[in-house]
Structure formats: structure tokens, C-alpha cells
Design a protein around this ligand. Sequence first.
Ligand SMILES: C[S@@+](CC[C@H](N)C(=O)[O-])C[C@H]1O[C@@H](n2cnc3c(N)ncnc32)[C@H](O)[C@@H]1O
Length: 217
Amino acid sequence: MTGHGHQHAEEGAPDMFEAPSWEERYAGEEKVWSGNPNPQLVTEVSRLTPGTALDVGCGEGGDVIWLAQQGWRVTGADFSANGLARAARHAEEAGVADRTDWWQVDARTFAAEGRSFDLVTTHFLHPPDGGMVEVAGRLAEAVAPGGHLLVVGHAPSEVFTHLNESHRNAMFLAEELVPALPDGFEVLVVEQRPRRVVRDGVTVDIDDSTLLARRTS
Ligand SMILES: C[S@@+](CC[C@H](N)C(=O)[O-])C[C@H]1O[C@@H](n2cnc3c(N)ncnc32)[C@H](O)[C@@H]1O
């Protein structure tokens, strides 16, 4: 999540893709993200009929809470127990605890385990080394017939040239994810959406890679 007052990761830190570094970030008291829902989530999901939703890499739960407030019954998933604990606390404070539950999973080995959702969404998860392609395929398996998959992340950009290779390759274009979709998906949105954000007091233009697909069968 960038912009809207979100803090950003210490970019390029070698272990930042693994759970312990996220546990550490979420261990303190200070809020890491703004709590505002991600803009592409609001744009795409506002026109859907609420049902059940899964948000993978939910962090402190900003998107989960927004979805619950729109009438969705939401499962927030993350590999950080501290992140999930914070998210649950925020959901309680927002009065939507009864519409939310939590699931500790690593997206890189995610298996739906027989569960399915009307919406599966993930924002700025960014597994290293092009890992989002496989993750998108795994998440698609959890979409119920007639349901939607929404995947959003940073597109490669010169804003990220200072990062190490593994981290740069964590950025993706929406079209790179399309081949990972199982049969029976109709692609509705596949594009990079420009967004202006202020990071550390500096205004930067970034692109949100956005894939929205619907499971037709
Ligand atoms: C940049 S934050 C984004 C949080 C939230 N989606 C947002 O947009 O504010 C990435 C989140 O994904 C989680 N995460 C990163 N890699 C993960 C993985 N392999 N499996 C599950 N969660 C992961 C982190 O713990 C963190 O909460």
C-alpha cells in the first residue's frame, strides 16, 4: 500500500520477503499502514455484490475492514501472526469483528483447502523473484464460480531501480499473471493504472498493476 500516508518498507532489505521481518515490523505499537483501503480495491469492488471475500497479505487489515463495512464477510490472510493480531484488533475497534476472521498462510504455498470465496483479493504482496505469477494461480483456485479475483501490485518502474534484483523482480505487470489463471476465467481488467503518491515527502508517479478476472465456471 503506498500513498494515503502509508509507510514503505526498507526497500532492498534481504530478508524482507520472509515472515520474521514482517513479524518484527508489526511487533511494535506504531501503525505501519494508513488504514485506508487501497484505491483499486475501492474502484473495482464497489460495483460488486457483497458476498464472501479473502484478502491475502492483509497486513493490518485496512482492506478487510473496508470490505466488511461494505457488507462482505471477510477472511484476512497473512503470514505474519503479529499482523493478523493487529488486523483483528482494528476490526474490533471498527465494529466489524463479527464479519471477519483470520487465516495465517504463506501465499507462496497457499492451498484453498476446500474453501472458496466470491472475491479473492491481494494488494502489494510482492513475493520475490517473479513469485506473484504462481501466487496468482494459487489464489485463483479459491475463487467460487461467478466470483472475482483482484490482484494489485507495483509495476516495474525507475522509482525502484535502486532495489536489489530479487526485489525489482517482485514487481510485475498485470499481463504477466494472465497465463497463471486456470481455465474458466474471463479477464475483465489487465492494466497498469497510474497513481501519484507522496513518499517521505517526495511526490512520485507509480503504476498499480491491476488484474481483475471472473470465474465463469
Ligand atoms: C506491503 S504489505 C501490504 C499490506 C496490505 N495488503 C496493504 O495493501 O496495506 C505486504 C503484506 O503481505 C504480507 N506478506 C508478504 N509476503 C507474504 C507471503 N508470502 N504470504 C503471506 N503474506 C505475505 C506481509 O506480512 C504484509 O502484511
